[in-house]
Write a protein that binds this ligand. Structure first.
Ligand SMILES: Cc1cc2nc3c(=O)[nH]c(=O)nc-3n(C[C@H](O)[C@H](O)[C@H](O)COP(=O)(O)OP(=O)(O)OC[C@H]3O[C@@H](n4cnc5c(N)ncnc54)[C@H](O)[C@@H]3O)c2cc1C
Length: 548
């Protein structure tokens, strides 16, 4: 029977609970899962966590308690590897490829039956493709902006490392792409407004973006000798008691537990966007999102937890959910038309912010509104006006994110509502009629005067709401991924609470921390993929270099 990861998560059956109810006791040989107590929160004088500020510092969350070790007699098979990679997302396939091409015996454990890929913008600096196109990026400026975006909480050494190494790693991916005639394109249309700018750092692989890229790397990693075990989630790390070295991992497949002895373990299991308890601790703001876009459901913070159970430290604060606007309950994807910076009103019918902000900022404002939702409102002139809107990156109405029939389908499904009068629209929206009409009247006055005296939106985006039919969509924030994880150094080695390396343990991608804080810096387009591919690759290289 196929494993239904998503269903398991919906039922909230955690691996820890499973282990508990299985009443497993004992250890796997002389090597144990550490029962250390992670101290992973910065605590203020008031005793509240600095990161989220809303729970007592001594609260112990269930996920922080290490499970009992799995007894040796439950292990059905033992495998040997130089390097074990946990997770076959972008970071994991890069780690596997880099380690395998250096001659290491690599095993990749993946929870799902296939590898995982999303989106396509990959942010890198100085690749040969960018040089060919004459794209010259001022890395210091990008880093400075990312530091500001993260309120100076990211580790600048990691940002510098990404800027220095991402071009080299991208060149290796381009080698693989060139060998198969796969083309790459930069972002054709960058936003340069007074509020923020988009840096020209992203490349996309054609035709299917990361659905092209990740299988391409996976295929090359297999050709280089890496072995992929699907539907085989890692469940516990193995650590030598005397020196604290991580020496392998226990995984589980449909037949039982496997033990893989290894000289290095690289955690690439992604974030905790599908783990409500971890969200409640680290990113409670994200629990107000109206929808979640990591639909596979397999990223439940497993690697972060496993790392913490052997003494790894979680990022100390500035926890960083990637939140987008346009989250529609019951609808798994964004509706591009509804994400344009049209007039936004809250459920009280009032305008509350400059709608033309990067979407991470917009959705923070949306979360702050009553019910954490807003209405976007536009009118019959939208086809002429939409060119002026110039939304951020994936807000733009370009295929495959947008096609003409999306409006019809969304209207039929009720995700966009339509009316011939503003009064009728207000009734459908269930907002107070008088307030809504006053808001529209004021907005139209501002639009006609060409100056947004209330919130300072760029004048070309001030478009009137006066021609029937009128349209509206109700949306909130969408949780995409989480971007904070285990603390790492510039070798990609996981650090303990005292800032010391845990020998044999590496992390990359969304399972690793200290690169992002507070908000995803969409100003550096695709830098989430840029981090995953660069640091995954470096983790693979470093793990091989340090093999005992
Ligand atoms: C819809 C969508 C669109 C996006 N678009 C973009 C974009 O265009 N540009 C950008 O920069 N970012 C984008 N992102 C974010 C980006 O995809 C991620 O931040 C990035 O891919 C993270 O890579 P990763 O390898 O660390 O994690 P993931 O890609 O999440 O991979 C983690 C892997 O680990 C596996 N796993 C989990 N637990 C275990 C376990 N116990 N054992 C074994 N395997 C396990 C998972 O099944 C998964 O395969 C997007 C995200 C989404 C959801």
């Amino acid at each position: 029977m196929k494993r239904d990861v998503k269903r398991e998560n919906q039922l909230n059956i955690s691996r820890r609970d499973f282990l508990k109810t299985s009443a497993l006791i004992g250890t796997a040989g002389a090597i144990t899962l550490s029962g250390c107590q992670p101290k992973n929160s910065m605590t203020s004088a008031q005793g509240t966590d600095v990161g989220t500020g809303n729970y007592p510092s001594d609260k112990k969350w269930d996920f922080e308690n290490p499970p009992q070790s799995i007894p040796a007699n439950k292990i059905i098979e033992t495998l040997q590897a130089d390097v074990v990679v946990l997770g076959a997302g972008l970071a994991g396939v890069c780690a596997a490829m880099a380690a395998a091409e250096k001659g290491a015996k690599v095993i990749v454990l993946e929870k799902r039956e296939v590898s995982t890929f999303h989106g396509g913008w990959c942010g890198v600096v100085g690749s040969r493709r960018q040089k060919e196109l004459g794209i010259d990026i001022d890395a210091d400026e990008v880093i400075a902006d990312m530091m500001r975006w993260g309120a100076y909480m990211p580790d600048q050494r990691l940002l510098k490392l990404w800027a220095d190494e991402s071009g080299r790693v991208m060149d290796r991916l381009l080698d693989m792409a060139d060998a198969e005639g796969i083309e790459t394109i930069p972002e054709p249309d960058l936003k340069q407004s007074w509020l923020y700018k988009e840096y020209d750092i992203s490349l996309r692989f054609l035709p299917a973006w990361n659905a092209t890229l990740v299988p391409l790397i996976e295929k090359n990693a297999k050709a280089a000798g890496a072995e992929f075990l699907y539907e085989t989630p890692a469940v516990q790390l193995l650590r030598e008691e005397e020196n604290g070295r991580v020496v392998g991992v226990i995984a589980e497949n449909l037949d039982g537990y496997l033990r893989i002895d290894a000289k290095a373990v690289i955690i690439c299991t992604g974030g905790y966007e599908n783990n409500p308890e971890m969200l409640a601790k680290y990113a409670p703001r994200a629990l107000h999102a109206a929808s979640s876009w990591y639909s596979e459901g397999s990223t439940t913070g497993d690697g972060i937890k496993m790392g913490m159970w052997v003494g790894g430290a979680m990022q100390a604060g500035g926890y960083c959910p990637m939140l987008f606007d346009g989250g529609i309950p019951g609808f798994p994807l964004p509706i591009g038309l509804a994400r344009q910076p049209w007039l936004n009103v809250n459920t009280l019918g009032k305008r509350y912010v400059n709608e033309d902000a990067p979407f991470g900022y917009t959705c923070n404002q949306d979360i702050n509104q009553p019910g954490h939702m807003k209405w976007s409102v536009w009118d019959a002139k939208w086809e002429d006006e939409v060119e002026l809107m110039h939304g951020t990156v994936c807000e733009r109405l370009v295929p495959p994110l947008w096609s003409a029939d999306v409006l019809d389908q969304s209207l039929k499904a009720g995700f966009i509502v339509q009316a011939d009068t503003l009064e009728e629209l207000a009734t459908i929206m269930e907002v107070p009629l008088d307030t809504f009409l006053q808001t529209v009247q004021r907005y139209n006055e501002l639009a006609k005067s060409g100056k947004d005296l209330d919130f300072g939106k760029n004048s070309e985006m001030l478009t009137t709401i006066e021609q029937a039919p009128f349209f509206a969509t109700k949306s909130g924030a969408a949780l995409v991924v989480t971007l904070d994880g285990l603390q790492i150094d510039t070798n990609m080695q996981v650090l303990g609470t005292e800032g010391k390396q845990i020998p044999g343990l590496y992390a990359a991608g969304n399972a690793s921390g200290n690169f992002f804080a507070n908000d995803y810096p969409i100003t550096a387009i695709g830098v989430s993929h840029g981090r995953a591919l660069t640091f995954g690759w470096l983790a693979g290289e470093n793990a091989v270099q340090n093999l005992a």
